[in-house]
Design a protein around this ligand. Structure first.
Ligand code: 4AD
Ligand code: MG
Length: 506
């Protein structure tokens, strides 16, 4: 009775599904659930988007439907006897949206345990065959970036989205299980954590009007003095929303430290912004970073935490997203599963920056960039270490003080700091962290060394003035981790809406 009614209620389908009478007969289930062998014999409703439709000469159609709940589709068998078979079902093409009520049966076909014999097919939305951009398969990732609003409907981007979701879930579980407190650090900030100066400014000023004012006042000054003004046109940001210049954060670390220095173990996980003009397969202007910060942790504890977190993410993805991982292994990079399985079973190597430099210098390899002590490691060096020399993830520590930010703890040798970077094959650095400088005088000295004004970091220095504590933390770039897991070669393809120089349409 209810199933017959479903064919009549084409328009008010959703409302109809929620009437108690129907739910007794047909459960609304995901495609993932409908595909399970133990669903055979159930009356179900599945809802999703058509991937393909094939018509058999015997008077019925096969419709493959996907709803994002899993990699695979569910096959629908729609008989010609259905009342809307000619008028609607035979017009179904990739991208159309449908709701199907029917009986789950064991499938005789290969590659699927079940199929659904449709009792009713409701068409929510057609997709024009001529103009739907995903009509055919096999588009390049470059092309798909130009249709970021539709690419979640492809196999690859569905799989990336599920793996990304699983990784985020594991990150929270990992920290929550260890008693870390989730802290929300601000997106808008007045301080520059990395000291690199590549920040996006946030303003509520009408910049065009401000610039005009500045030019006019400069002209006025010039004619009064009858000479050329030395000062260029400037905008007075003390009149801006925050009475000072403000920026999008490059890291939540400094603010997370305030909570770690009060509540012990904390982490922050949010969007992070860098205005560097880096057009590489590993850089985004907006990316997501996980930043634990823990009181009483030294650099070794920090490394252990990073290694534990990465292994937890890898293990969970392998276990919880097997279909997606098989797809990446088949279509994107034939080594991803084996690599991850190997990593979760083995120790990450730990070697000092100085030892790494020695290895590079003695390698006999010709590098484009110099390998002298004191230089930052370049991608080619990181790749040599992880891909050629060690063939596994490596944690490098104790970097030269000149190439690392002010907040890292200075070692007794005076020339290195307690920094650590986790490097992995292909992607390079996925984690950057350190033990923090907890000694007030040394921290102030380091700020001056890097031309930073200690006064503007007065609140950060207060943490060292009042009950200072040894502490450590790191930042893990979510997208780099997803790249490593999936084998996707461009970071723009592992974030839903990539923000890179010249690209913010969607
Ligand atoms: O090494 P970074 O710059 O470290 C920090 O920001 C520290 N304040 C973190 C901390 O100690 N709490 O960045 C950390 C990680 C990198 O290892 C990398 O994985 C990622 O963030 N990352 C980027 N990912 C994508 N695009 C970019 N432009 C990135 N810059 C850094
Ligand atoms: Mg770094």
């Amino acid at each position: 009775m209810a199933l017959i009614a479903a064919t009549r209620y084409n328009r008010g389908f959703t409302r109809f599904l929620h009437s108690p009478r129907v739910e007794q007969v047909a459960d609304i289930v995901s495609v993932a659930e409908a595909r399970r062998a133990d669903s055979v014999g159930r009356e179900v409703v599945v809802q999703g988007w058509v991937r393909t439709r094939r018509d058999s000469k015997a008077g019925f159609s096969f419709i493959e439907v996907n709803d994002g709940s899993c990699f695979g589709n569910v096959q629908i068998i729609a008989e010609a006897a259905l009342p809307n078979y000619e008028s609607e079902i035979k017009r179904l093409s990739p991208g159309c949206c449908v709701g199907v009520t029917g009986l789950v049966k064991a499938s005789p076909g290969k590659g699927q345990a079940t199929e659904i014999q449709a009792a009713a097919v409701v068409v929510h939305g057609l997709a024009d065959v001529e103009s739907y951009p995903l009509q055919k398969k096999g588009h390049s990732f470059e092309f798909l970036r130009t249709i970021a609003h539709l690419r979640p409907r492809t196999n690859t981007f569905g799989a990336v989205a599920r793996v990304r979701n699983r990784a985020c879930n594991s990150i929270h579980q990992f920290f929550q299980e260890r008693g870390f407190l989730y802290v929300h650090t601000p997106i808008i900030t007045a301080s520059d954590c990395e000291g690199a100066g590549a920040m996006f400014q946030v303003t509520a000023l009408d910049l065009a009007a401000e610039a005009k004012k500045a030019v006019e006042s400069e002209k006025g000054e010039k004619s009064e003095k009858g000479e050329k003004s030395e000062k260029g046109p400037g905008i007075d940001f003390s009149k801006d929303f925050f009475n000072r210049p403000a920026y999008l954060t490059v890291s939540g670390q400094l603010e997370a430290e305030t909570f770690a220095c009060a509540l012990g173990k904390t982490y922050t996980f949010g969007p992070t912004f860098r205005a560097e003009n880096s057009n590489t397969p590993r850089h985004l202007a907006e990316f997501w970073m996980v930043e634990p910060e823990a009181a009483f942790f030294d650099l070794w504890d920090d490394m252990e935490l990073a290694e534990g977190l990465l292994k937890r993410i890898f293990r969970d993805v392998l276990q919880e997203c097997p279909e997606d991982m098989q797809f990446f292994n088949r279509r994107i990079d034939k080594t991803v599963i084996e690599t991850l399985e190997h990593i979760v079973e083995s120790e990450f190597l730990r070697i000092s920056y100085s030892d790494a430099i020695d290895i590079l210098r003695k390698s006999g390899q010709r590098f484009e960039f110099p390998t002298a002590w004191g230089n930052d490691l370049q991608v080619e060096h990181e790749r040599f270490l992880t891909e050629t020399h060690f063939r596994r993830p490596v944690i490098l520590y104790d970097y030269p003080r000149e190439i690392k930010p002010f907040y890292m703890r200075v070692n007794d040798d005076g020339r290195t700091v307690r920094a650590m970077d986790v490097l992995v094959p292909k992607v390079g650095e996925i984690v950057g962290g350190s033990q923090r400088e907890e000694r007030l005088d040394l921290l102030e000295q380091r700020m001056r060394e890097q031309d930073l004004d200690p006064e503007s970091y007065w609140w950060y220095l207060d943490l060292r003035r009042f009950g200072t504590v040894p502490h450590s933390g790191f930042g893990l770039g979510l997208e780099r981790v997803i790249q490593f897991i999936t084998g996707m070669s461009n970071i723009r393809d592992v974030i839903p809406f990539p923000r890179t120089p010249g690209n913010a349409e969607f």
